[in-house]
Ligand binder design. Structure first.
Ligand SMILES: [Zn+2]
Length: 410
């Protein structure tokens, strides 16, 4: 599998992109996007200030449904999974899906108030993915204002469950269970900001919750019994030393740990969550096997060390997230259209691997990419996430041109 670095700086193919951007309706739509930039930013802030932690997206979904209606999408509904759907019919029932995710990677109760400092706006989820949602609305509005007609139908989706333990459940439902699943032909997710980025490869992700349980007891009176926290230490020590290849990029992280009740009590329980990623499915399987082995060995060592107590502790593992790895080919018309669109807006395309909603359609053989909604941003998934709106209109312009370039090849 090629690394992301090997894929940088590919020359974008030259289609008849010039002809596309000189079409009067397209010009009108691009101008609409540029001149509505302040409103798009205001819409982004309004969306960001409605909290939407994964599994609690409904309030933001209701707002997006009303916005979908306002920008002229038809048959707007919130589906069984909680995704907001809005249609823009074309000549064909074959459907191009344009999505952005509703959820933010923060727990309930997070302060989502957006604040401005100089040229920067700050707020959790402000870029990831309120920018994508605002871009979605801006694109629909621009297409309608300019009277753009497409061959394929476009389905606009504000989906649930992209972050963390959501495990891509919104897009998974759309492509695997929804009534329209068989007519969905291509997919673009607008996620984050960078308008030069095309994610055409899905990094595979597996996440486990490891739970260790033991008899507990007093730290002094029952000294000698096995401790789930001590076992967790033995297991995590092994994981921390795990060797992984830089290419294909492979990573691991113990991201959360909890357990125990008091400093003078042997813990009865300890659990921790492990995130494993690789762009290569085979390597991901191998590090998963190493995690299993570390848990087995760590538990065994703790029980052996405390064998004299006559009590034992146990381990249990649960797969809590599984995102398949895969790739939309560099020669795919969708990737070529995105490269041409980025070039046509005066930017240099960059191809990357990441874990996004596109993993699901890619794993089902549906061409899919993830693109940026425009502007600059940083500190995603932290409380200090920031966004800079300079030239941010290039995001929606690029995505719209990608759809239209692709549609023209149909
Ligand atoms: Zn995101």
């Amino acid at each position: 599998m090629p690394s992301r670095f090997a894929l940088l700086f590919l020359a974008a193919p030259l289609f008849a992109q010039d002809a596309l951007i000189s079409r009067p309706d397209v010009k009108k739509a691009l101008a609409f996007i540029e001149t509505s930039q302040e409103r798009t930013l205001a819409s982004q802030v309004a969306i960001a200030e409605i909290a939407a932690p994964t599994f609690h997206e409904s309030e933001r979904a209701k707002y997006l449904a009303s916005e979908f209606r306002r920008v002229g999408l038809t048959n707007v509904e919130i589906d069984k999974q909680g995704n907001v759907l809005g249609w823009r019919p074309g000549d064909s029932p074959d459907t191009f899906v344009l999505a952005a995710h509703l959820d933010i990677s923060f727990a309930e109760g997070v302060n989502v108030k957006v604040r401005k400092e100089g040229a920067r706006w700050h707020g959790p989820g402000l870029a990831d993915d309120s920018r994508g949602l605002a871009a979605l609305l801006n694109i629909a509005e621009a297409m309608n204002a300019a009277g753009i007609k497409t061959h394929q139908t476009v389905l606009f989706v504000a989906n649930v469950g992209e972050e963390g333990l959501g495990d891509l459940n919104g897009v998974r439902y759309l492509f695997k269970e929804s009534p329209m699943k068989d007519r969905l032909r291509e997919f673009i997710s607008i996620d984050g900001s960078d308008p030069t980025r095309i994610v055409n490869g899905g990094t595979g992700v597996k996440r486990y919750r490891v739970t260790l349980t033991g008899p507990g007891g007093h730290s002094y009176g029952n000294f000698g019994r096995p401790s789930p926290i001590h076992a967790a230490g033995r297991i995590i020590d092994q994981l921390a030393d795990m060797q992984v290849p830089a290419n294909p990029k492979t990573t691991f992280n113990v991201g959360r740990i909890s357990g125990g009740t008091a400093v003078n009590a042997i813990a009865e329980e300890c659990s921790f969550e492990v995130d494993l990623r690789s762009v290569d499915p085979g390597v991901l399987d191998r590090i998963e096997a190493k995690l299993f082995e570390a848990v087995r060995v760590g538990t065994e060592l703790e029980n052996k060390a405390r064998a004299a107590s006559g009590s034992v502790m146990k381990s249990d593992m649960k797969l809590v997230s599984n995102r398949p790895a895969g790739q939309t080919a560099l020669t795919s018309p969708l990737v070529l259209a995105a490269q041409a669109a980025i070039t046509a807006t005066g930017q240099k395309p960059q191809l990357e691997f990441s874990s996004t909603d596109s993993n699901i359609p890619i794993s089902l053989g549906v061409p899919a990419i993830t693109m940026g909604g425009g502007g600059r941003s940083g500190n995603a998934h932290s409380l200090d996430e920031w966004f800079e709106p300079a030239n941010a209109w290039k995001g929606p312009q690029t995505v719209l041109l990608t759809i239209l370039e692709f549609d023209r090849m149909k």
